[in-house]
Design a protein around this ligand. Sequence first.
Ligand code: GRF
Length: 198
Amino acid sequence: MTEKRVAILISGGGSNMVALADSMTGDHPARPCLVLSNNAQAGGLEKARARGIATAVVDHRPFAGDRPAFEAELTAALEQAEPDLICLAGFMRILTSGFVARWQGRMLNIHPSLLPKYRGLDTHARALAAGDAEHGCTVHEVTPELDDGPILGQARLTIAPGDTAETLAARVLVLEHRLYPAVLRNVAAGQTGPVVIC
Ligand code: GRF
């Protein structure tokens, strides 16, 4: 069986990209084909190059306000790599429904909360402020609504006394690095059914 080609979109350090890329070895049914960032300074680009993964940058700033024009450049860069799957991994740009529709069913995202709770930003501070006992992360299929698509996997932890938004973010990130590769392997193998990590 030919391996699935996976493009990974990042905006920053790319720790989730590293976890995904390093998981795609041996009998894994997928391989990374591109790491693409909207930020030429993203630390993840060097990590991808060090792994021999093709990289591309499509800076969003020249397209200020014109999302479709930015996304046309994204699409051109992606089409060159011919991905079967796209993983958003710390990619911090909102995507229009037009772009999402083009890749729907083949695009995943990881979000640092137990969706449907806390869509959007500042998820750790919000979970703390709400006095939640549990928190975690979710991998979902990307749909036009932000952080709203079908859930493909979740990992959860117990919020500890004294946890701050920073300590929580660090603990959730460790779960993300376990959850995202597990979900990607399932999806690439054509397996359905959510992955649950407690
Ligand atoms: C992290 O806050 C993570 O929770 C979210 O994106 C941010 C950056 O992740 N998914 P990464 O280190 O760039 O993968």
